[in-house]
Design a protein around this ligand. Structure first.
Ligand code: SAH
Length: 341
């Protein structure tokens, strides 16, 4: 069956079968283990004006903050104690967080937690900057391509941002030896199923080590305030397709899914996801990193809610493990060799 008909298919039995096959593929690679990544939202200043995003530069209703190196290190310290072995530093494209600053933060985390993986998600940078961050100790980088179709990309972003530049950044990340993450929002304004098929084909060819997909969720202070939220059902279907297409990939059950459905993590894992990224930012600033309305950042979506998340995942037969969870090209993971928390 081609991708387009698979995306259009809404036969419940066939969809259950798709989820089941994807789940089996994930379990054969990773056992019943779920990796956790501690998400630290380092700044909500952004020079960009993406039409979908709540922290876009033109939104004057945002209380802007940026974390200091000391605050970030304190988050890592706290997360390490809870069992996190990957820290994800995500933020807007904040001009004050210079390359020197990022390098220094990465080096300091690396020195404090040499056994942990450091993931960056700081947007588009020059190849030279990616190289410097990598040399400082960053292992992974998340940069969703958002849409492979350049016209559609252009409807999501103002002039000055382009699909080609995005792809150049992704290529540069791979060249610099990062485990690279890409992906899309499902149901972003003006997205058609043909666009999604183009995204599938791009991912099939680019083979990112991480694939991040979540539904578009509107934010009231953006030009896309009036658009409907994306479909969780289509998001789950895509998780399954990506899992079958790329069995070793690290595929998160994203916050956007959990925001739209309280049972989102369980559903995404049962559709083939194998990563959850609880929020490890200081609780006081979480509400300011509002990419979209009602973004979940507490309870099972947070580091302090890890116990609750663990119970939720155990109820479907999965375990959170203490492990960096690197992309592994050759081996499936042996269930019994991993330390559980
Ligand atoms: N500045 C970084 C991080 C962006 S936030 C970067 O450019 O990569 C991370 C992701 O959140 C984005 O790539 C986008 O896909 C997603 N996101 C932003 N606004 C959203 C919204 N309104 N609904 C759902 N996802 C959104």
């Amino acid at each position: 069956m081609d991708y387009r008909s698979l995306l259009e298919n809404d036969d419940p039995q066939e969809i259950s079968y798709l989820y089941e096959e994807a789940r089996k593929a994930a379990v054969s690679m990773f056992g019943n283990n779920i990796y956790i990544r501690g998400l630290i939202e380092v700044s909500n200043y952004c020079r960009n004006n993406c039409y979908y995003c709540g922290i876009r530069a033109s939104n004057t209703h945002v209380n802007r903050y940026r974390l200091s190196k000391e605050q970030i290190l304190a988050c890592c310290e706290y997360g390490y104690g809870l069992g996190f072995r990957t820290f994800v530093l995500q933020g807007g494209e904040d001009p004050m967080q210079t390359d020197e600053w990022v390098e220094d933060v990465v080096r300091s985390i690396h020195a404090a937690h040499p056994g942990c993986a450091i993931t960056l998600s700081l947007g588009e940078k020059d190849p030279e900057s990616y190289k410097r961050f990598r040399e400082a100790g960053a292992d992974r980088y998340l940069l969703r391509h958002e849409s492979f179709d350049s016209d559609h990309y252009g409807r999501l972003h103002p002039a000055g941002m382009s699909r080609d530049r995005r792809l150049e950044c992704l290529r540069s990340l791979k060249e610099n030896g990062y485990q690279t993450g890409s992906g899309i929002m499902v149901g972003s304004p003006y997205q058609t199923l043909d666009h999604v098929v183009e995204d599938l084909l791009f991912i099939q060819e680019f083979r990112p080590e991480m694939i991040g997909i979540g539904p578009f969720v509107h934010h009231h202070d953006t030009p896309f305030a009036g658009f409907p939220d994306g479909s969780v059902a289509l998001t789950l279907k895509l998780i399954s397709i990506f899992r079958l297409m790329h069995p070793q990939a690290l595929i998160p059950s994203t916050t956007a899914i959990a925001t739209l459905e309280s049972d989102g993590h369980r559903k995404a894992i049962l559709a083939g996801a194998n990563v959850v990224m609880p929020n490890l930012s200081p609780a006081s600033i979480r509400k300011e990193y509002a990419l979209y309305d009602n973004k979940a950042a507490f309870a099972t979506e947070s580091a302090e809610g890890l116990e609750e998340l663990r119970k939720e995942l155990r109820s479907i037969g999965y375990e959170i493990i203490v492990d960096r969870g690197d992309y592994n090209k050759t081996q499936s993971i042996q269930k019994n060799t991993i330390e559980y928390v």
